[in-house]
Design a protein around this ligand. Sequence first.
Ligand code: ATP
Ligand code: ATP
Ligand code: MG
Ligand code: MG
Lengths: 256, 256
Amino acid sequence: MIRIAVANQKGGVGKTTTAINLATALAATGWRVLLIDLDPQGNASTGLGIRHAERVHSSYHLLIGGCLLEEAVKASRVPRLDVVPATADLSGAEIELVDFKNRSYRLAHILDDAPPGRWDIVLIDCPPSLGLLTINAMVAVQSLIVPLQCEFFALEGLSQLLQTIERIRARFNPVLSIMGVALTMYDRRNKLTEQVAEDTRACLGGVVFQTVIPRNVRLSEAPSHGMPALIYDHKCPGSEAYIALARELIGRLPQR
Amino acid sequence: MIRIAVANQKGGVGKTTTAINLATALAATGWRVLLIDLDPQGNASTGLGIRHAERVHSSYHLLIGGCLLEEAVKASRVPRLDVVPATADLSGAEIELVDFKNRSYRLAHILDDAPPGRWDIVLIDCPPSLGLLTINAMVAVQSLIVPLQCEFFALEGLSQLLQTIERIRARFNPVLSIMGVALTMYDRRNKLTEQVAEDTRACLGGVVFQTVIPRNVRLSEAPSHGMPALIYDHKCPGSEAYIALARELIGRLPQR
Ligand SMILES: Nc1ncnc2c1ncn2[C@@H]1O[C@H](COP(=O)(O)OP(=O)(O)OP(=O)(O)O)[C@@H](O)[C@H]1O
Ligand SMILES: Nc1ncnc2c1ncn2[C@@H]1O[C@H](COP(=O)(O)OP(=O)(O)OP(=O)(O)O)[C@@H](O)[C@H]1O
Ligand SMILES: [Mg+2]
Ligand SMILES: [Mg+2]
């Protein structure tokens, strides 16, 4: 099973939107996908239509050992896409996990026990921080997808993220690498966007996906209908960009 | 001294942009302002021109008791505006603070010891989470300013924020209230924006500031020059909106 975390400690850069729409695009092309929502805001769960009443077992219970993976998994409205939903309890998990033995490996051990062949790929939507939840995700996966908003503050955070990846690689997970950096909310009319995109490609080269995700209001409307943009409006520029991004991602993955 | 935290666990909603520009507007009208950067990303420090080399003493050292407030304070380029800068060490503080006695009151006690009359008001820029850093800010202040992006996910987070405020008020800080909710990145052409704004005003009434902050690229260009938008381009729509918001805020504050 391929394991990828969607991470960036900068807030509002498109992590959840990327996780939901890539997961949907992969499921649509035949991959069996598990999406784990590790953000106490639970936006990925909401964006895939999992109501709060259905989140009896969540990623919080999973991390503290209160339930099994199988109990926390919910089928989404998208065929072949399952979700482990998140609730607000998760924001307490960071403090609770501190006293656990192996606190950084909790999620890695849970995924080690996943039934072989049940899913082809797991995607983890991370919160906007570099605390124990994101550390658990980075320890549990082989690679990261880093959504990057083409803005100055987002670029400033990139070096902090790269340092954290080095630290995790050295202390916990030697295979951790960046699968790709996805430029999001790209606005061609704005010269700051072009500047940040150029700087990022100059510094990271081929790691940056060719596909850019344009700013597109349909992407932000879809979650209020509890469905991914790919289902809400698959012809809009945002959906077409995520389908192209998924195709580019598949080109970087081992054969299913 | 008036104490206000700028908080919202949803990422990328304009907390830092609001903290920087309100602090600048208040200083410009004669208030002596202290801005405390409590976000490990250190965006407020960068946006006010504090270089990384100058952050020898930071909010991290302050919280763990490694330095005094006076040592951590730096004058900014804006007259009457001082800054306690932040560094990436702060993301480790959440784990380190767990074992401290009075871990939720660290910042409150530091502000209690501030020399009387040195500043009229302190603003705290919070990270996008509800962990120990934001809890410290909420315990240390009398009120909150909540920037709210007019998007669906941002609205969903509001109820979680209101619950957290109730919890903090009951357990740690009975005076905590919301000074105001500021609608940010407002795009009149987008019907989702109008819908979210209407829902927010219906549910929170007069707590929501009349002034809305429009989406304006000059606001996102200013930090790359290390200065607030009010100085970078004080005639742009973004700056004019923050000047109007500051005037509305002053109307809600006790006399200086
Ligand atoms: N390409 C896009 N065009 C327009 N709006 C977008 C786009 N991508 C995301 N959005 C919207 O911008 C906001 C931020 O995106 P999202 O919530 O996916 O970011 P995030 O990084 O997951 O945020 P957080 O740091 O809070 O977890 C959301 O309201 C989302 O609907
Ligand atoms: N009104 C606006 N118009 C256009 N861009 C804006 C506006 N307000 C903020 N921005 C830009 O949007 C991005 C997010 O804003 P900002 O960093 O202030 O939010 P934040 O809530 O502090 O984010 P975080 O959750 O990561 O701390 C930044 O790149 C900023 O420059
Ligand atoms: Mg998210
Ligand atoms: Mg910020």
